[in-house]
Design a protein around this ligand. Structure first.
Ligand SMILES: Nc1nc2c(c(=O)[nH]1)N[C@H]1C(S)=C(S)[C@@H](COP(=O)(O)O)O[C@H]1N2
Ligand SMILES: [Mo]
Length: 244
C-alpha cells in the first residue's frame, strides 16, 4: 500500500492553503510583494512557520525559491556548529564521529543539478557542496560483507537508504552548502544528504547517522511504497514532470 507523498494531493487546494498560511501569519500576498525591505525579517518569520509545518504548505510562500518545505516530523531540534555530530558506524573498520568543523576541513565537492521532487516540482541548476559520501566510506573502511547504507536523521523519524554502489557515486554528497549558502535549518541543515540523480526524497535532511549494512533497509518513504532505486524519470514517482 502506498501512502501519498506530501504535496501529491495539495495541488487543488493550493489557493486555500496559501491564503490560510498567509492569514495565519497576518500577511496578505500584496503586503509580501510591497515590502521588499522586510524580506529578511519575513524570511525568518516564514522559516519559523515552515519549521512548524508538516504539510509543506509554507513551501509555497516566496521564501522557498521554488522549494517546498517537507518534514515528516512536526518539529525538529536545531543543531549548531557546536552541537552537530555525524556518526559513521556499522560494517566498518573505523567507526567515527564528525563535527561540522571536521566535515568542513575535508575536501569539498560541488554538484550543480536539477532538484526534482517526486510530486512534480523542480528547481533547476541548484548548487550543492560538501563531502563526497564515498570519502567518508573510504575513511571508515567498509567491510567486505557490506552492501548498503542506512541514513538516519536528528528529526528522530526520517530515514533513507542507498545500495553501496549508489552511495559510492561522485554525485552523492554529505552536503554542507546549498544554493551557495550553508544549508539552512528548513532545508535540513547544518548537514543533509544530496543524491543528485534521484528524486529529492532520497536527500535526507538533518543527517545524523550513516550506518553501513549487509542489505538495504527501506527508508521512510520506501516503507510506504516508493522505490529504493529512485532514479529521476525511471522509478515509481510521477513521471508527468514538467519538461521545460
Ligand atoms: N529528514 C527529512 N528529510 C527529508 C524529508 C523529510 O520529511 N525529513 N523529505 C524529503 C522530501 S520528500 C523532499 S522533496 C525534500 C525536501 O527538501 P526541502 O525541504 O529542502 O525542499 O527533503 C527530503 N528529505
Ligand atoms: Mo519530495
Amino acid at each position: 500500500m502506498t501512502t501519498q507523498h506530501p504535496g501529491t494531493e495539495e495541488e487543488g487546494g493550493t489557493p486555500v492553503g496559501r491564503r490560510l498560511v498567509l492569514g495565519m501569519l497576518g500577511l496578505g500576498a500584496a503586503g509580501v510583494a510591497a515590502a521588499p525591505y522586510l524580506q529578511r525579517g519575513l524570511e525568518s518569520l516564514l522559516g519559523a512557520a515552515a519549521d512548524k509545518d508538516p504539510t509543506g504548505l509554507t513551501g509555497l510562500l516566496p521564501n522557498g525559491g521554488g522549494f517546498r518545505y517537507y518534514s515528516v516530523a512536526s518539529s525538529v531540534p536545531r543543531r549548531t556548529a557546536e552541537t552537530y555530530r555525524l556518526t559513521v558506524d556499522g560494517l566498518v573498520e573505523n567507526p567515527a564521529t564528525y563535527t561540522l568543523a571536521d566535515l568542513r576541513a575535508l575536501p569539498q565537492t560541488r554538484v550543480v543539478r536539477d532538484v526534482q521532487c517526486v510530486t512534480g516540482w523542480r528547481v533547476p541548476d541548484t548548487p550543492f557542496e560538501g563531502v563526497k559520501l564515498s570519502e567518508l566510506l573510504d575513511a571508515a573502511g567498509v567491510r567486505p560483507a557490506a552492501r548498503a547504507i542506512r541514513f538516519t536523521c536528528f528529526d528522530g523519524t526520517y530515514s533513507e537508504s542507498l545500495t553501496l554502489t549508489q552511495a559510492r557515486r561522485d554525485d552523492v554528497l554529505v552536503a554542507l552548502r546549498m544554493q551557495d549558502k550553508p544549508v539552512s535549518h528548513s532545508h535540513g541543515g547544518p548537514v543533509r544528504l544530496y543524491v543528485a540523480p534521484m528524486y529529492f526524497y532520497k536527500s535526507a535532511k538533518w543527517l545524523s547517522g550513516i550506518t553501513v549494512t549487509e542489505a538495504v533497509r527501506p527508508g521512510y518513504w520506501e516503507e510506504r511504497g516508493y522505490d529504493v532505486d529512485a532514479w529521476v524519470g525511471r522509478s515509481n514517482g510521477r513521471t508527468d514532470t514538467p519538461t521545460v
